[in-house]
Design a protein around this ligand. Structure first.
Ligand code: HEM
Length: 533
């Protein structure tokens, strides 16, 4: 071989030793992407499986598009694939079933087919603590829900209205310092604070209200920091936030157990709160709840109610600040019903809240457009045959779909709630659609509140799994906090409305989908207020 030939080979030989590994590392992802595309586009598909959303990167799948704006992603996919499709989310296969029929398939799913525990426990158990909610068999959760429902009796809710009014008035004078001048507040910060103040004064109990100090706030923050989409996707990362969460859970559990012990040992008045209700409850076989279980249920209720309610009151206030005409309507409604001749109002009662129809429409409409939970998930534990009514344009005529064991299923009631095929001007916030003549909204609400009654073990509820309006979910995992949330929201809003005028500063905020609960985007939530003239 000539010397020039040898020289020309030299770099290649060097490449083979030093750079081949790097070349391989560069080529591997390309090969994986190409392989993934070929598999999706060219290889034959199993006709019994729902269509898969096209994605370039294997394992990562549609994580970016779903994560950035889940509703846009779901509506776009519905356009392409119909009401039933599967997408890949960081290695998980998520099968989405949309619309009322899809909601029915998932939220009304049978116990031997879908499991909420298997979908959520890795996220919730480190935060709530062991032994409750998704860290116990479903039958036990149903009994725990029955006990909580017992604690949310009309007698208790009736007692809460005055307490929530007091807290709201106190917040207005001490924190907002309401006067005749226009000032600004951050709707999300203010509503988060007011939500915890009112929930602790009522449902959580007076010891929790008295203990709302910096330590409590920090523990809450650390628990909350462990309740994010990252924790959902990656249950065990060696990160400081995971360690802070675990420490805070222990401390919070001890805090509640201390309250329970003291109550049992001492004499105290009858309390209208949940600790008291849970202390006098027991499972079907007569076993009472342990102190630990009560403590963990209280943490679960704290977490379940805080962001859902504060998101809803923030969105509602933001809409009302943008629409002074509706804020004024709410004021006139109260004046008409509860106004005194001297221009003051009589104190609100639980019964009064039911008379505030426009306020009811306002909250319903806000929950239609801003359902706090955009995706409800279950793990599939045995194959689910899909009824043909839930078809896809891609489906061949003779085949029926099956959602296989191992997939997750995802329902998004928000998609039906914003579906232009169901609601007129679906994107518009229009509280009066709830009493207009077309009756679509009324029908949706009726389907949601009436219809077949079922008892999953926590008392009779309307089935409602096929309704196009389900901000509180449906089926066995339906929310039990709705009555409390409504009393809290109605009382806060009615009290604010009696006292202040509002206007929105800046454009209406966009939703933030990076959190577990859909909140208005931080920094866009400023509202101006002043004392009513
Ligand atoms: C379940 C929404 C307030 C306690 C649910 C579900 C939804 C929901 C959609 C169903 C989740 C699923 O199927 O996986 C809301 C909204 C609220 C609210 C929109 C306020 C506006 C509350 C409050 C509490 C609470 C204040 C506690 C006092 C619960 C509980 C469950 C639940 C215990 C049952 C979970 C299960 O059975 O798996 N909520 N919620 N919620 N919620 Fe709420």
């Amino acid at each position: 071989m000539s010397s020039s030939r040898i020289l020309s080979l030299l770099p290649l030989e060097q490449l083979s030793t030093a750079s081949l590994a790097a070349l391989f590392l560069v080529a591997l992802p390309v090969l994986l992407v190409v392989g993934n595309v070929v598999r999706q586009k060219l290889l034959p598909k199993d006709p019994s499986l729902p269509p898969v959303v096209f994605h370039l990167i294997p394992w990562f799948g549609s994580a970016a598009t779903y994560g950035m704006d889940p509703y846009k992603f779901l509506f776009d996919c519905r356009e392409k694939y119909g009401d039933l499709f599967t997408f890949v989310l960081l290695g998980r296969k998520m099968t989405v079933a949309l619309g009322p029929k899809g909601n029915n398939l998932i939220l009304g799913g049978r116990l031997n087919q879908v499991s909420a525990e298997e979908a959520y426990t890795h996220l919730t158990t480190p935060v709530f603590g062991e032994g409750v909610v998704y860290d116990c068999p479903n039958d036990m959760l149903m009994q725990q829900k029955r006990m909580v429902k017992f604690g949310l009796s009309t007698e208790n809710l009736r007692a809460y209205v005055g307490m929530i009014t007091d807290e709201t008035l106190g917040f207005m004078s001490k924190e907002l310092k309401v006067n005749n001048q226009w000032q600004g507040f951050d709707a999300l910060d203010a509503m988060s604070e007011l939500t915890i103040l009112t929930a602790s004064r009522t449902l959580q109990g007076k010891e929790v209200r008295a203990g709302l100090d910096k330590t409590f706030a920090q523990r809450y923050e650390h628990l909350d920091g462990g309740f994010t989409p990252i924790n959902f996707m990656f249950p065990k990362l060696p990160l400081p936030s995971y360690r802070r969460r675990d420490k805070a859970q222990k401390a919070m559990s001890e805090f509640y157990q201390g309250i329970i012990r003291k109550r049992r040992e001492g004499t105290h008045d009858h309390e209208y709160d949940m600790i008291s209700a849970l202390q006098s409850s027991s499972y079907k076989d007569g076993t009472p709840l342990s102190d630990r279980d009560i403590a963990h249920m209280m943490i679960a209720l704290l977490m379940a109610g805080q962001h859902t309610s504060s998101a809803t009151s923030s969105w509602t206030l933001l809409h009302l600040a943008e629409r002074p005409d509706v804020w004024n309507e709410l004021y006139q409604e109260q004046k008409e019903k509860f106004g005194n001749p001297d221009g003051t109002f009589r104190d609100l009662t639980y019964e009064d809240l039911k008379e505030l129809k426009v306020l009811d429409y306002v909250i319903r409409e806000t929950l239609r457009l801003h359902a706090p939970i955009h995706s409800i998930m279950r793990k599939v534990i045995s194959d689910i045959p899909v009824p043909n009514s839930l078809s896809s344009p891609k489906q061949s005529e003779n085949s029926s779909y099956v959602i296989p064991k191992g997939h997750f299923v995802l329902a998004s009631p928000g998609v039906a709630q914003m579906d232009p095929l169901i609601w007129q001007n679906a994107e518009e916030w229009n509280p009066h659609r709830w009493n207009d003549e077309s009756g679509v909204a009324a029908m949706a609400a009726e389907q949601y509140t009436e219809g077949d009654k079922v008892d999953y073990g926590y008392g009779s509820v309307s089935k409602g799994t096929e309704s196009p309006y389900q901000p509180f979910g449906a089926g066995r995992h339906r929310c039990i906090g709705e009555s409390f949330a409504y009393v809290q929201l109605q009382t806060i809003l009615a009290t604010l409305c009696r006292n202040v005028e509002l206007k929105l500063q800046g454009p209406f905020p966009s939703p933030n989908y990076q959190t577990m609960i859909v909140l208005p985007l931080k920094g866009q939530t400023k509202i101006m207020y002043k004392l009513r003239a």
